[in-house]
Each structure stands twice: as C-alpha cells, then as structure tokens.
Design a protein around this ligand. Structure first.
Ligand SMILES: C[S@@+](CC[C@H](N)C(=O)[O-])C[C@H]1O[C@@H](n2cnc3c(N)ncnc32)[C@H](O)[C@@H]1O
Length: 266
C-alpha cells in the first residue's frame, strides 16, 4: 500500500506536497482560505491581496503536478478573487465549468450598500481534453410528477426518463447551519452532497482525491463514503483531530494514529 494514501498530514500543504508522487492522484478538490480574514485558528487567511494571490499561485504550482494526465480540479472561491485565480488556472489547465453554489441563505436583512452575496464560485478545470468524467454517476432522478407527465406512449421506455438528467452549473444546496446534523466545529465546512457529487463525477472508483486544505475533513469523509481513497493536509491540529473523529465514525477507525502524522516523512 502507498504510505501516503488515506492519510491527512497535519502540516502546511506547501511543505508536505513533496510526499505525494507526481501524476498519482485522480482529482484535486481545493477549498483554500478565501482571502477574507476568516479565523481558522491560525494566520492563514490574514494575507493582503497581493500576498494572497502570490501564495495561491505557489500552492497551485506545487499541487497540479500531482494530477494524472486525465485528472481534474475543483476549487472553491468567492467572487472576490475568482477572476484572478481563474486566470491563473486557465494558463495551466482547461476550464470546464464555473459552478455557482447557491448556499440557500435565508432572506433576513443582509447588506444595505450592495446586493447580499449568497453563493460560492467553484471552478472546474481539467488537465487535458481526455479528463475522466462519469456523468451517469451524478444524474438526478426525475421526480414522480415529471415522470407521470411524460407517460404518453412516445416516452415509455425512454432512457433519459429512467436515468435522470445531468446536473447543471447552478447547485442549490443548503449551507450547514449550526443545527445541521452534518455540522462539525469548523467555520467553512462544506456539505458532503457537493463534494460527493464532484468525487463521483470526476474520480474513478478506487481512485484517489487530494485536498490540500482539509478543514473539517469533508473531502476525506466523502471519498471514503464513495469508495475512493484520499490524501490531504491541514494546518490546524484541532481540525486534524476533528477529521480523525469524523473518519472514525465513517470507517470505525477510532484512534487510528496514521491519520495524524505530524512528523516524519514517509
Ligand atoms: C476553507 S477551509 C476548508 C474547509 C473544508 N473544505 C471543510 O469542508 O471543512 C481552509 C482550511 O485550510 C487550512 N489551511 C490554511 N492554510 C493551509 C496550509 N498552508 N496548509 C494546510 N492547511 C491550510 C485552514 O486551517 C482551514 O481549515
């Protein structure tokens, strides 16, 4: 077994990237600090605009070589820096989609000098034109009403009606509010539904997903639930413990020390 697979390294992704061989992962899911001053228990989101963009470019150049030739990348961003980061990535990869994640924020007040921002911007990029993409794995079933409305003889047995439709580039999935059953103690935890869709579509069964900024470990949990492997990094030791606990619940791997490798390179 590869010693780096199914591990979260509790260290700076830029220091640890060398642990992972080039062209060894099928998919990168990156949810970096947004450059908006969020508190992750460290200074990682406290850079000014120029330093932030320079840092983004540095990790991108360390992480992209880890992708196989048919691999792809999803990156969570906000409107604030998505234009600059998309330009960076378009110089290195092929842009496939801009996905808008509508966080379904309830209408309660909000900004008074601008429109309230209620979405994340997700970039989907591929390393080559032959990128892996399994549409059937993420089709959305038609509801009973639509199926019934298409019950005329010309639709009977229609394959598209049975297999469902393909997701569009607007993903409307509720953010994880405080009472949500999935919610862990992390300020920008992403819903499993979103990350699982990315993995099912863009990582073959048994493949491996790399997440340089694990946070609460959503990518690791989603990968295991979908029968894929993961590898990743997280700077904050408290979040590393959170990841281990979430994974233990998924896999029954309570206390598995291999998930919290804090030192020796392997
Ligand atoms: C936006 S959050 C990721 C949230 C995650 N997707 C989830 O669902 O929980 C970014 C995370 O990156 C971590 N981080 C910031 N800089 C890092 C670095 N250089 N290496 C590794 N982790 C880092 C932060 O501590 C924070 O937990």
């Amino acid at each position: 077994m590869n010693s780096w697979r199914n591990r979260v390294f509790c260290e700076d992704a830029l220091d640890g990237a060398a642990r992972i061989p080039d062209k060894s992962v099928d998919l990168v899911i990156a949810d970096p600090p947004y450059g908006l001053g969020k508190d992750y228990g460290n200074d990682s989101d406290k850079l000014d605009a120029a330093d932030y963009l320079e840092w983004m470019e540095r990790w991108i150049d360390l992480i992209l070589p880890k992708l196989k030739d048919n691999g792809s990348l999803y990156i969570f961003l906000t409107w604030r820096y998505s234009p600059e980061v998309f330009v960076m990535l378009k110089q290195r990869m092929t842009m496939i989609n801009e996905i808008i994640w509508d966080r379904r924020v309830p209408s309660m007040g909000g900004s008074t000098r601008r429109y309230s921002s209620v979405h994340d911007t997700i970039g989907f990029f591929a390393k080559s034109k032959d990128y892996y993409f399994e549409l059937d794995a993420v089709r959305i079933p038609y509801d009973a009403e639509t199926k019934k409305a298409r019950s005329r003889s010309i639709f009977v047995g229609a394959k598209w009606l049975e297999i469902g439709y393909n997701p569009k580039d607007l993903w409307s999935v509720s953010r994880l509010h405080r009472e949500h059953r999935e919610r862990a103690d992390h300020p920008t935890q992403k819903p499993l539904e979103i990350v699982e869709r990315m993995i099912k579509a863009s990582c073959p069964p048994g493949g491996v997903v790399l997440d340089p900024f694990m946070g609460s470990g959503t990518t690791a949990v989603a990968a295991r639930q979908c029968g894929r492997d993961f590898v990743g990094f997280e700077l904050n030791p408290t979040y590393c413990e959170l990841i281990a606990a979430r994974l233990a619940r998924v896999e029954g791997l309570a206390g598995e020390a291999q998930l919290l490798d804090e030192g020796a390179a392997s």
